[in-house]
Design a protein around this ligand. Structure first.
Ligand code: RIB
Length: 306
């Protein structure tokens, strides 16, 4: 069986659960703040590990307790952490997350060490890309590094999956040609293409990305499921499971990770998206980022007891 490489960010999440998001100029109180391992890249690596595939995390932390928290969490999830570079003069990335009573979040990230992840770091650990089958990228590290890594991975004939989060103010158009599968949520898709979030707009947005050379596009639509346009195939709408969400943090990360795990197992893109939808439906019923990601055994037990 092949390996998955996740190239991306590692953060400590500072989570505040509140009744409602503070409005502009408003001050609200919160009982406590919890510190948990997060970061879109690390969450994806954690999910791949918990779902039982061989995975390596490639990213940067600072020389501090939050970096150690990440190493501990990822190691415990079965992730190979040999690709995590410690940048002694930087702090580990920090994410300030507010979660409201509907389970929706708003996040501010201070990148710290993530911002120093350079193309030279990619070159120094080139063997990580050479020895994997699937590379997953997101956009919480410098875009130049993302493009460099994606280009190298593509030239080595790896499957490249991009989770385009967060969408930058200027998206590097060059990146599209190196991606095999792009997986935005509906808001990210709207920001990438200037279209709206309704189904008809998503159809147009998908057409735009196809014209830019992306062959497989999977847009997650929250409670409405997911919209899959695979190369040379008709659109497939993947239904979502009806659950009571308490915290949507890391649901998208887990979706991307689960998709990659199934593709590694040579499942079709539709089957992979269905499994990814199941995994993220479990994630939203639990609190936190990595803390909310189920293991493959838990999923089997949950499905068997249905
Ligand atoms: O996708 C969720 C993640 O976004 C959080 O864990 C936070 O660290 C930010 O990167």
């Amino acid at each position: 069986m092949g390996k998955i490489l996740v190239i991306g960010s590692l953060n400590v999440d500072m989570v505040m659960n509140v009744d409602h998001m503070p409005a502009e100029g408003e001050t609200i109180l919160c009982d406590k703040m919890t510190f948990v391992p997060g970061g879109k890249g690390a969450n994806q690596a954690c999910a791949v590990g918990r779902l039982g595939s061989d995975v390596t995390m490639f990213g940067c932390i600072g020389d501090d307790e939050y970096g150690e928290l990440q190493i501990e969490s990822l190691t415990h999830a079965g992730v190979n952490v040999s690709g995590i570079i410690c940048k002694p003069t930087e702090h580990t990335g920090m994410a300030f997350i507010t979660v409201n009573s509907k389970g929706n979040n708003s996040i501010v990230v201070v990148p710290g060490a993530n911002a120093t992840f350079s193309p030279e770091d990619i070159d120094a650990h080139r063997e990580l890309i050479e020895t994997c089958e699937i590379v997953i990228l997101q956009l919480e590290i410098p875009l130049q590094t993302v493009c460099y890594a994606a280009k190298l991975a593509k030239s080595l004939e790896k499957t490249v999956i991009l989770d385009p989060a967060p969408v930058p103010s200027t998206f590097p158009e060059e990146l599209y040609q190196y991606i095999d599968i792009i997986k935005p949520n509906e808001t990210e898709m709207a920001r990438l293409t200037g279209e709206g979030c309704e189904l008809e707009s998503i159809r147009k947005a998908v057409g735009q990305l196809e014209n830019k050379g992306v062959q497989n596009i999977l847009v997650t639509l929250g409670e409405q499921g997911a919209y899959l346009k695979e190369k040379d195939k008709s659109v497939v709408l993947i239904p979502s499971r009806k659950v009571k969400a308490v915290d949507t943090t890391a649901a998208g990360d887990a979706f991307t990770a689960a998709l990659a795990v199934m593709l590694l197992e040579k499942k079709s893109l539709t089957e992979a998206a269905e499994f990814a939808s199941l995994v993220s439906s479990i994630v939203v019923t639990r609190h936190g980022a990595q803390s909310s990601i189920p293991t493959i055994q838990e999923i089997k037990t949950l499905e068997d007891t249905k």
